[in-house]
Design a protein around this ligand. Structure first.
Ligand code: FAD
Length: 478
């Protein structure tokens, strides 16, 4: 956690001139209230930028990076600033340029025959989805922050979301990138090819690199035909083992039509009930609620037959205890809205200790049983706000202060001990400490301790080769 210091840092005047001539005076913000840019979504990190620079084209990004290279100035790229690991805000030195990509937001092209769209990095995900839909196609990247997060941020974090089960994460959906290097050179890799074995695939170096290697300015994203119909339901389960059994049943019956499988513990839903009582919860409280979605390419009739057969089989075999099927698009949206309100409800409840973890699906019941018990023993009264993308083996296994305790004090006093307990358990079960949010500032130390030395030294070699002056998002990830 950083605390802002008021002492102003002198601005190298030639840098200011260079930045203004790169993007125009009105797009170099300094002094005044830059709080919205300098504070992260969780309100956990608050840095101080030398200036916020808002380029409107790839050429302007390149000019900004050339100016920063000449002055040896560090650059922090920022998209929608919805990242949850403290990677998109500057540190508190007051010496870093915050490069906000929000103005670089055009959909450059949609190629229906190639099933691709070319989108600039600052385009908000929801706007890109809408553009694909207008062309009768589907951009199947979807997450609760989609009204604010950007394609550049999604690719830089290799975002996951709710449809990874069927379509893969941001990496799988990206067929090409345009990137500006730390020295201001532009790499145009916007080929949109599905096959291209001409050496190292640079695209995969930049995807998931969290702004530490260069600036993504545009991408070619894969599109899909719109499904003919979707069916959504909520189902109640007595245990996480039953949720896993339901997943197996659903995969067996719906195969590739299964597009959503989210689990939510009752503790998570209880926070939504508390902070957003106006959001309907169609099922009575149960230990676990699953949100299932089947999207069918064939017909609404086929989707309904598959879906109803699946739910009947689950009820008959006792895998689920109750279910509510959405009978309209509005009801389906309401179910997704309920699921997507958890992060906001948790934010309302106060700071918490977040764990975005991945495990082999088969290990999840044992992990949850033993880790829940160990946390309850070590931190009596602690609340486990557990939810996530079970179909991908991804849990948001978040630890909230005991009821009535101060959330900031709990975070300050117990974060290290809670993390050690949880991440040791994750490692013992063959999992990952970051499934989809990335490393940022939050997990940098954990990464250094837990990633294999060989992997770390290869990562450092890549960083050294692509950003030898260590000016791109310093102090993040590595
Ligand atoms: C309510 C809520 C729900 C969420 N749900 C999910 C979810 O289901 N799945 C998921 O994966 N994440 C989720 N997130 C996290 C977040 O939305 C994602 O990480 C998202 O991809 C970040 O996009 P952004 O544009 O906000 O990036 P930012 O937060 O601005 O930046 C994230 C990182 O990418 C870098 N970066 C941003 N743009 C660029 C660029 N153009 N070039 C180079 N580097 C860049 C930044 O430096 C930073 O390190 C959620 C967040 C919230 C608040």
């Amino acid at each position: 956690m950083s605390s802002p210091s008021p002492a102003p840092v002198p601005f190298p005047s030639t840098l200011l001139t260079d930045l203004r001539s790169a993007v125009g005076e009105s797009h170099v913000l300094q002094g005044g209230d830059l709080g919205a840019y300098e504070r992260d979504w969780r309100k956990r990190w608050h840095g101080r930028a030398l200036a916020v620079v808002r380029p409107g084209s790839t050429a302007e990004v390149a000019a900004v990076l050339r100016a920063c290279a000449r002055h040896g100035t560090a650059v922090v790229p920022q998209g929608g600033n919805t990242g949850l690991v403290g990677g998109s805000v500057p540190d508190d030195s007051g010496t870093q340029i915050l490069l906000n990509l929000g103005r670089l937001n055009r959909v450059r092209a949609i190629d229906a025959a190639n099933l691709t769209m070319t989108v600039e990095a600052g385009c908000v995900l929801q706007a890109a989805q809408a553009a694909a839909e207008t062309a009768g196609l589907l951009l199947p990247l979807s997450l609760a922050a989609e009204g604010s997060c950007t394609l550049g941020g999604n690719l830089s974090t290799n975002a996951g979301g709710t449809q990874v089960l069927r379509y893969g994460n941001a990496r799988e959906l990206c067929l090409g990138l345009e990137v500006v290097t730390p020295d201001g050179e532009v790499w145009d890799g916007l080929s949109g090819l599905r096959k291209d074995n001409t050496g190292y695939d640079l695209r995969h170096l930049y995807i998931g690199s969290e702004g530490t290697l260069g600036v993504i300015t545009a991408a070619v994203m894969r599109l899909y035909p719109q499904p003919a119909a979707s069916m959504t339901a909520l189902a109640a389960c007595d245990s996480v083992a039953q949720c896993v059994a339901l997943l197996q049943l659903a995969q067996g019956r719906a195969a590739a039509s299964l597009t959503g499988f989210e689990v939510v513990s009752d503790c998570a839903l209880s926070l939504v009930r508390k902070h957003f009582p106006q959001i309907p919860q169609p099922l009575p409280p149960a230990p676990w609620t699953v949100l299932l979605e089947v999207s069918d390419a064939e017909s609404a009739e086929h989707a309904r037959t598959v879906f109803e057969g699946l739910l009947e089989a689950a009820l008959e075999s006792g895998v689920i205890t109750d279910a509510a099927v959405a009978t309209s698009v509005a009801q389906s949206r309401a179910m997704w809205h309920l699921r997507e309100s958890i992060s906001m409800a948790q934010a309302e409840e106060g700071l918490n200790i977040k764990h975005d973890i991945a495990l082999p699906v088969s290990r999840i019941p044992a992990f949850v049983a033993s880790t829940d018990a160990a946390l309850a023993r070590a931190f009596p009264g602690v609340r486990l706000v557990n939810f996530g993308h079970l179909g991908d083996g991804n849990l948001h296994y978040n630890v909230q202060a005991p009821l009535g305790a101060s959330a900031p004090a709990f975070l300050a006093q117990q974060e290290h001990a809670v993390n050690t307990l949880v991440y040791d358990a994750v490692q013992a079960h063959g999992g990952s400490i970051s499934a989809e949010h990335g490393i940022g500032a939050l997990k940098r130390e954990e990464l250094a301790q837990r990633k294999s030395p060989v992997a770390l030294s290869l990562m450092r070699a890549i960083k050294q080769a692509l950003d030898p002056d260590q000016r791109m998002n310093p102090g993040r990830m590595l």
